[in-house]
Design a protein around this ligand. Structure first.
Ligand SMILES: [Zn+2]
Length: 456
């Protein structure tokens, strides 16, 4: 007999129940089992039932080592012993399994995906380990910051030394260098203090949202700690003092964040904070793109000084005449398409009416079945063709409809000028630009910088 369910009680073991019924009915002289312990599991009550059934039906139990006849005192005692062993063993296994689970939970298994720099997840030991080649770099970052080096300089140091980081990876899988945010995130991380945080996100009405910090579960993990709580405290104090954790500056928004693209390679450009005695803090825009063969994009960066922004402003408010012409052309194409749709819709209605009439003619016996079928096939084909054409045309109209008109562009430029004049922070400037501009394409040849503006 084959036991299918592996439940521990006889009540839940159907094959065992059937076997015991057969034994009770004295169908067998003996039952062969590989081991006594295969008969029962943990319950004393079950063992009593098994023993009674075999004893009362005078059925023997045959194992590879011994035949148990329970009517014989010796065998009876042996059987009891074997059953006790079976029960003890079963309980031990069960206890070990439970201990294993608890130990797993106490060890706080890593379940959070890719751990941050300089850790890695080891699949074999299922634990988070420190990459020894990266350990000194991480410590250098911590020590540099504790010794007063600012985030920007650490980011430059990391980028210049081509140190890849787990954050800041673009969707194309390329690492575009470190930014202040990368460094800040790394420094503020509590994982390096030894903690693992569970439940950072939850889904609410189908939407994924961030769980407030105080509601998350934070436990001490089993991975190696790489900074002391004292170091962490000093780091956090300094980050706060630098207002890097202030919600307004937290995302480190530059006026051109998310808007500037490189003409040479098409990648989004990045911004870096630098500092020198002459200018103090300054931003520069750079392209970090690296091609598949390892060569770097040849675009030259630019310091985003007042001159740069003045030139950009002029470029934005004076719409290129070519763009205006293009928009006008688009507008007329749009109305042409709409006229075509109307014509096609009329044609479709006509075809459908004709098909109705055809059915009428056939019902009134005015035409033969043969003629009806032939004409119906022609009409149906035409209707299908028109419906397909209309579907395509409507798609074109939706796309074209998203295109702004010249009036809309001028309206938005007006709004932009107001917003830009009132804007003080980088974030406000960024918002003003994003109202009007889809992207700005940057190109530099020598000292000449070309900016092409794509409007929303
Ligand atoms: Zn580039």
């Amino acid at each position: 007999m084959k036991e299918v369910a592996s439940g521990e009680k006889i009540e839940s073991r159907k094959e065992m129940q059937k076997l015991l019924r057969h034994v009770e009915d004295q169908l067998y002289d003996g039952v062969v089992v590989m081991d006594i312990d295969r008969l029962g599991r943990g319950e004393n009550k079950d063992w009593a039932l098994i023993k009674d059934t075999f004893l009362n039906s005078e059925t023997v139990i045959i194992t590879p080592n011994k035949i148990y006849d329970l009517e014989i005192d010796n065998d009876d005692v042996s059987f009891d012993f074997m059953s006790i062993f079976a029960r003890i063993e079963y309980k031990t296994i069960k206890r070990r399994m439970k201990q294993g689970k608890e130990a797993g939970a106490k060890k706080s298994m890593w379940t959070n995906g890719k751990p941050p720099f300089p850790y890695y997840y080891d699949k074999n030991t299922r634990s988070v380990l420190v990459d020894e080649t990266k350990r000194p770099i991480y410590r250098a970052i911590v020590e540099k910051y504790l010794n007063g080096t600012n985030l920007g300089h650490i980011a430059i140091w990391l980028t210049d030394n081509k140190i890849p980081t787990p954050y800041n990876i673009e969707p194309d899988g390329k690492n575009k260098g470190s930014s202040n945010i990368t460094v800040q995130r790394l420094l503020a991380s509590e994982i390096h203090l030894g903690y693992i945080t569970y439940g950072k996100t939850r889904s609410k009405r189908g939407q994924v949202e961030l769980v407030p910090e105080e509601e998350r579960i934070k436990v001490m993990g089993a991975h190696e700690k790489l900074k002391t709580p004292e170091e962490h405290e000093v780091i956090m104090e300094r980050l706060l003092k630098n207002r890097m954790l202030n919600p307004n500056s937290r995302r480190n928004i530059f006026p051109l964040s998310g808007l500037l693209y490189c003409e040479k390679c098409g990648s989004r450009m990045r911004f870096r904070v630098g500092e020198n005695k002459k200018q103090g803090q300054y931003w520069s825009a750079l392209c970090y793109h690296q091609y598949k063969d390892g060569s770097k994009c040849e675009q030259h960066g630019k310091v985003m000084d007042a001159d740069f922004f003045n030139a950009l402003y002029d470029r934005i408010i004076h719409v290129d005449p070519d763009i205006l012409r293009e928009i006008e052309l688009h507008g007329s194409r749009y109305s042409d398409t709409q006229t075509i749709i109307e014509v096609k819709e009329q044609e479709l209605k006509k075809q459908k009416r004709a098909l109705d009439k055809l059915h009428g003619s056939y019902e009134e016996d005015m035409i033969t079945k043969q003629v009806f079928l032939e004409r119906k096939a022609v009409r149906t084909r035409q209707i299908q063709k028109l419906e397909e054409e209309l579907k395509d045309l409507r798609k074109v109209v939706v796309d074209e409809g998203n295109y702004p008109t010249v009036e809309q562009i001028y309206g938005r430029i007006g709004e932009f000028r107001e917003l830009w004049d009132a804007a003080v922070t980088s974030e406000e400037k960024n918002r003003a630009l994003k109202k009007l501009v889809e992207r700005i394409v940057y190109d530099r040849e020598g000292n000449r910088v070309e900016l092409a503006v794509c409007y929303r």
